[in-house]
Each structure stands twice: as structure tokens, then as C-alpha cells.
Design a protein around this ligand. Structure first.
Ligand code: SF4
Ligand code: SF4
Length: 81
């Protein structure tokens, strides 16, 4: 059996950034740790009916820190070569 997670992808100059909304519990840790301060709350709701997050891709460097700190593996970041 496979489980599908609803993904919301964003594309930027430095890479792609995706949130898996059903995994995000809205803890805000990613937002706190983003060195560019480019994450904000989204109108899309997550696992507990709490807001998920979305990036401003004009500022995102695709560094992957948000992905690394998320305790629920709700973020995927792929840096462009
Ligand atoms: S990849 Fe880096 S710059 Fe982009 S949102 Fe995550 S922590 Fe911020
Ligand atoms: S750290 Fe993970 S669970 Fe917490 S708000 Fe960010 S994406 Fe959602």
C-alpha cells in the first residue's frame, strides 16, 4: 500500500521547494531557523488544521536548513546545480 501526501511545490531561481501539507503540524521551527527569513504562514492547512508554511522564492537560497530542522520531514528542497 502506498500513501500519497499532498505536495505544494514552489520554483525559484536557486531551486525548488515543496511542503507536504499533511505532514506539517505548524510548529514554526522552519520559519524560526530560515537564515533568509523567507518563510511565512500559508492559508493551506496542515495535519492538525493549523496553517502550513510557504516560502518567498525571491529570497530562498535553497540552502535546505528548513528541511533539515523540520521534525516531521514535511519539506523537500532541491538546489539547482
Ligand atoms: S531552503 Fe533555506 S532559504 Fe529557503 S526557505 Fe528553507 S531555510 Fe529558508
Ligand atoms: S518545521 Fe515542519 S512541521 Fe514545523 S512548521 Fe515547518 S514544515 Fe511544518
Amino acid at each position: 500500500m502506498s500513501v500519497a501526501y499532498k505536495a505544494l511545490p514552489f520554483e525559484g531561481e536557486k531551486g525548488s521547494w515543496t511542503v507536504f501539507m499533511s505532514l506539517c503540524k505548524g510548529c514554526g521551527l522552519c520559519m524560526e531557523k530560515c537564515p533568509k527569513g523567507c518563510l511565512s504562514w500559508s492559508s493551506h492547512l496542515g495535519a492538525y488544521g493549523t496553517p502550513t508554511i510557504e516560502p518567498n522564492m525571491d529570497d530562498c537560497t535553497a540552502c535546505g536548513i528548513c528541511k533539515a530542522v523540520c521534525p516531521d520531514c514535511a519539506i523537500a528542497v532541491v538546489k539547482k546545480k
